[in-house]
Design a binder for this molecule. Structure first.
Ligand SMILES: [Zn+2]
Length: 113
């Protein structure tokens, strides 16, 4: 289950341009606070890998490992950032109202503190 803290981090990552699509619907790079992560999607399952400085896989994201539940339910702030990024990309042609998208996602508005 995604926590409110993860959602807040995810939103901030997207807002600061920290998500880059590498391969459409398959691979994204996400810039974390200090590190870079690579998110891979296979069907509806996401995996998050922490990258070394030369962009090789360093280890599996700890947030992802620590997330309880079935494989398809596992998530972390980086994966949530990708989901939010994709949602915004898909809706770009429509009315650009962020809170509208967040409500659609079932995310309640995050307080700024
Ligand atoms: Zn992660």
């Amino acid at each position: 289950m995604v926590s409110e803290n993860q959602l807040r981090k995810a939103k901030k990552t997207v807002e600061t341009g920290g998500v880059v699509m590498v391969e459409k619907d398959l691979i994204w790079n996400v810039r974390g606070t200090n590190d870079s992560y690579r998110i891979k999607k296979n069907d509806d399952e996401y995996v998050c890998e922490k990258l070394d400085q030369d962009d090789s896989v360093f280890e599996i994201c700890k947030g992802w490992i620590n997330c309880k539940g079935a494989l398809k339910d596992k998530t972390c702030s980086h994966i949530e950032a990708v989901k939010l990024f994709e949602l915004l990309e898909a809706k770009k042609t429509e009315e650009p109202n962020e809170s509208h998208y967040l409500k659609k996602l079932g995310i309640r508005e995050l307080s700024d503190n």
